[in-house]
Each structure stands twice: as C-alpha cells, then as structure tokens.
Ligand binder design. Structure first.
Ligand SMILES: Cc1cc2nc3c(=O)[nH]c(=O)nc-3n(C[C@H](O)[C@H](O)[C@H](O)COP(=O)(O)OP(=O)(O)OC[C@H]3O[C@@H](n4cnc5c(N)ncnc54)[C@H](O)[C@@H]3O)c2cc1C
Length: 515
C-alpha cells in the first residue's frame, strides 16, 4: 500500500530511531475512538532528484513517535487475519501492542520469536499482498503499516545494540548441512540452532545472503542490514562455509558420509532465462542476474573504491516487469549519470508483477515505461556492441494460464529503439548441479525439487528442500516460511518430537479486543 509523505508531515530528525518520549506517555493509550481517527503514517523518503544519482536507502524509516501513532491504528480485532497471512507466523497484534506502549525492545523481541530476519522482511516483503491485505482496516481505508513497523523495531533494536539471543535447547549432537545461504537456508539454520542442533551452511558464493546480497540493491536493502542479521545468526551459533559449491566441492552423499544427519537444500533459482532472439550475444547485453551481481556483490556501485568492470552508458533498456527488472533499471539509472533508462514490458502496467512501491519509486526517479512493447531482434555495430533493438507493439488478448491477459503482437507495428545497454529480466530457472549429482532426488519437468508441502521432505530420506528451488522464483518471506516448516520437520526426523507452530495453539487469537 503506497502513500507518500504529505507536505505538512513531520520527517524524523535522524534515520536512527529514537527511544519513546516517556513512560507516562507510553502508559496511557488514547481511546479507541481517537485511535480510529489516526491516518496511516507516511514514510519519509529521500528526494527523487537526489536519489537518482546515489545508492543510499530510499525510505528513511519511522521515528518512535510516528511508529507509536501507526501502531495505535490497530483496532485489536478478536480474530486478527493479518497473522494468517504471515508465512513466518509473527504475532503481529502482540508486537503492535508493545509498540503502542512504547516498549520497542519488547516488540522487537516478539517479532524475533518467529522471524530471525525482521529488518530484511520489514524492507522487502510484499506486505500489501500479505498481512496488510487482510488487515480489517484495508476494507474501508488503509491498513496498519505492519511492514514499516517491523522495520522500525528491528532498526531500533540494532541501533540500541540490544539484540538479545533466544534461549537455546541443550545440544542434541545432531548435525544438519544447509545448502545455500538465502532466506530459506538462513531461516532453517537459525531455527535448528535454537532447537539444539548443529547447523552448517554451505554457500557457493563468497558472501552470505543469496539474493539479499547479490540481487537486491543497496538503495532498497543496505548490505549493512543483511550483514547484521547474518552476524546475529553467527552469534546464535550458526556456522558458515563460503566458496563451497555443493555438487562440486562435495556432493550431498559426501556430506552425509562426513557425518551430517540431515540436509536442507535452499539453492534458489538463480540461472537466468534469456530471450533466444538474434543478437543476444552482442556486447552490452546482460542478464539481470549478471548485471545486478556486478553492481551488488562485486560492488560496482562503489566505484572507484571497487574497480569492477562495468559498462556505463546513457541509453539503457531493461526487458521485463518484475522486481528484478525494477532493481536493474533503478541501479542502471544511478550508474548512467543522468541517462535515459527504459523498462520495456510486453503487457500493461496493471499486469506488472513488481511491487507497486518499486514501480512508483522508479516513476519518480525518471524511469520511462514502454508498455505493450517487446523486442524481436538486437542490432549491433561494426565492433559487436549493441546499438539498437527492433521492437513490436502488443495488445492484450484473452487471459493465459497465469490468469493475466496474453500479449499479442500487432502486425505492422514494428519500430526501432536505439539502445547501448540491454538488461534481460525475463525470470530465472533452477541451477542443475544438485539435481545432476544427487541420485534419487525427484524434480519436476522444469528442474525444481519436488517436496511434501507440509514438511519440505524430498524423495530422499533425510533430505529437505525449500524456497525458490522448490517453488520457482517467489518471495523472501515464502522462502523463510518454507525454512520454518522444514526446520520443524527436520527436528521431528532427528528427535521424534513434533513441534506445533506458534499461534497454532490459540496463543494469538485468544486475546480480547478492546472494541
Ligand atoms: C533482483 C531481485 C529482487 C527481488 N526483490 C524481492 C523483493 O523485493 N521482495 C521479495 O519478497 N522477494 C524479492 N525477490 C525474490 C527473493 O529474493 C527470492 O524469492 C528469495 O531470495 C529466495 O530465497 P532462497 O533462499 O530460496 O534462494 P536465494 O536467495 O536465491 O539463495 C540461494 C543461495 O544458494 C546458493 N547456492 C546455489 N547453488 C548452490 C550450491 N550448489 N552450493 C552451495 N550454494 C549454492 C546461491 O549462491 C545463493 O546464495 C527478488 C529477487 C531478485 C532476483
């Protein structure tokens, strides 16, 4: 749900959240009648003209006063539907209640009970399709800004150096190998460690975090935030081994032979889909995956501190309409020094899968949108560099299997678009290494691992999988939700003890509403 800071709104004085203004204020809550009049609090943001040439984070975050006001908008329903829509089962009414009372640390701890990565989720989760979509206030107006409040408490906790560790169960002596350090792997690792198991994460890249570090740019998710969440897991006892490609450095069977009692596969879906069009191999044509990896993981955004080879040109076309396309377009805008960056998408704005907030941010920053348009050919110059694309206009026909209206080319509408960088963001596929080196691991026709949806168990005993490698490209929170289910199932496999999810036992819904 998007809303901008209105001209009269009070911006926070600093990006670091403050302590509440005082115990007396925190102790007395306004009446529910007064609370119902509070409007959704806008998010203060960096000015679009300034931010189009820097990589600093765009939203500044709430301060304590604004956070309390926003939390007070919660009407404390008897059966809160927001929780049902949270894949990691956060006690949302519980943490909002603590914010209302000014107990920001308590609120952060409440969130951490079920979510080890709150500062990340508060920034990148599509709350508008989850907890905020089912908030009762959304029926007649704007929902409580749950995501912004989650971000606030996580930042407050970090800013005050008070991240406390949960109590761990005594060691079980069981070892679990976790393949991939994206949100799925990090969640499994954190949950299993709290349950007393030894969790070792094997990561192919030299940095921990999966898409959180190599895909999502600094202006949306600062690296420092991911680093702090990883440091928290390390403090908890999770161990990490970087530069370890499972299937090459060691296979799943070799990890079992080395003494692992169970394995979780969370390798994501990082193999880019290309267009197959003539001219795709010209210099200056990138997959979004490569482009963003250069920008983020190899720090091209920090040039000249890091000297990553990166072509910087003025005329950029990004093909696609998802979050990846928006991230690539907004990153290239910042690297093209006032250049002309276009999103070229074959459907209309309405069908774009990217989050509304990302599209709006891109529009404000000056990204041009060419809807109902698709390339048919890439054209190079005499040195093999891209210099243009042949495109064709589209119209929308009947809905296809995805439920969205199918784009159809309009005969005779071909035209030329001059470009000197093209970034292809058409989606991703599963990487085949694990599948090819793990006998008996059942995968579907697209190469994604088949699992039991409740337990994340695969066709191989003791091997579990979750996140994008099972569902195909999805969301951070969906990957984390799978991680939580897998951790419970692995614990049961290793110890025989069945755990019930928090909130599954009326813990949350039993609270009485004030009205
Ligand atoms: C540019 C971009 C922007 C996005 N924006 C959003 C957003 O705003 N909100 C949102 O909710 N979702 C977003 N997503 C989707 C989201 O990031 C993914 O759904 C999520 O990261 C999937 O998590 P995962 O743990 O399954 O895999 P990943 O995050 O992909 O992590 C998998 C990890 O496994 C490692 N790995 C792979 N193979 C091996 C191997 N053989 N051995 C060892 N390690 C291996 C990889 O290097 C990687 O680090 C975005 C995705 C992209 C690409």
């Amino acid at each position: 749900m998007s809303d901008k800071q209105h001209p009269g709104a009070k911006a926070p004085t600093a990006t670091t959240p403050r302590k509440p203004d005082g115990a007396a204020e925190a102790g007395e809550l306004p009446s529910m009648r007064e609370r119902r009049k509070i409007p959704r609090q806008p998010m203060p943001e960096q000015d679009p003209t300034a931010r189009r040439s820097n990589f600093n984070e765009v939203p500044y975050g709430y301060d304590g006063q604004t956070a309390r006001l926003e939390a007070l908008r919660c009407i404390e329903c008897k059966s809160p539907k927001c929780v049902d829509m949270c894949p990691v089962e956060i006690d949302i009414p519980g943490f909002l209640k603590l914010i209302m009372r000014g107990d920001f640390l308590g609120a952060a701890q409440k969130v951490r009970e079920t979510n080890a990565l709150p500062a990340i989720c508060g920034r990148v989760c599509p709350q508008e399709e989850q907890c905020e979509q089912t908030c009762i206030l959304a029926k007649r107006g704007q929902p409580v800004a749950v995501g912004r409040l989650e971000r606030f408490v996580a930042d407050w906790e970090r800013g005050h150096g008070e991240i406390s560790l949960p109590e761990k169960r005594p060691p079980t002596g069981k070892r679990v190998g976790i393949v991939g350090s994206g949100p799925a792997g990090l969640t499994v690792a954190g949950d299993l460690t709290v349950l007393g198991h030894e969790a070792m994460v094997f990561e192919a890249l030299h940095e921990i975090g999966g898409v959180l570090v190599y895909g999502i740019p600094e202006f949306r998710l600062p690296k420092e935030i991911v680093g702090a969440e990883v440091a928290y897991l390390q403090k908890l006892g999770v161990r990490f081994e970087n530069n370890f490609v499972v299937g090459r450095t060691a296979t799943i069977d070799e990890l079992f032979a080395e003494g692992h009692d169970a394995i979780f596969i969370g390798t994501g879906a990082g193999a880019p889909m290309m267009t197959g069009l003539p001219g795709e191999n010209l210099c200056g044509v990138y997959s979004a995956n490569e482009y963003l990896t250069r920008v983020n993981l190899m720090h091209a955004w920090e040039f000249p501190k890091y000297d990553t080879p990166m072509v910087r040109r003025k005329n950029v076309a990004v093909l696609g309409g998802g979050n990846t396309a928006m991230d690539a377009a907004r990153a290239s805008l910042r690297l093209s020094d006032g250049g002309n960056v276009r999103i070229v998408y074959r459907r209309s704005r309405q069908e774009m899968p990217a989050r509304d907030e990302e599209i709006e941010h891109g529009e404000e920053e000056g990204i041009e949108f060419h809807f109902l348009t698709t390339p048919t050919k890439f054209i190079g110059d005499e040195n093999g560099w891209i210099k243009g694309m042949e495109c064709i206009r589209m119209e929308l026909g009947e809905p296809d299997e995805s439920g969205r209206r199918r784009p159809l080319p309009i005969d005779g509408s071909e035209f030329h678009m001059p470009v000197d960088i093209v970034i292809i963001a058409f989606g991703t596929n599963a990487n085949p290494i694990i599948r090819q080196t793990t006998p008996g691991l059942k995968c579907n026709e697209w190469g994604y691992i088949e699992t039991d949806p409740e337990t994340c168990a695969t066709s191989r005993e003791g091997v579990y999988a979750g996140g994008d490698i099972v569902t195909g490209a999805a969301t951070v929170i969906a990957a984390m939700g799978a991680g939580k289910r897998a951790a419970r199932a692995i614990h049961e496999y290793l110890t025989g003890e069945k755990l019930t999810p928090p909130g599954g036992e009326d813990e949350v819904n039993g609270e009485e509403a004030e009205e």
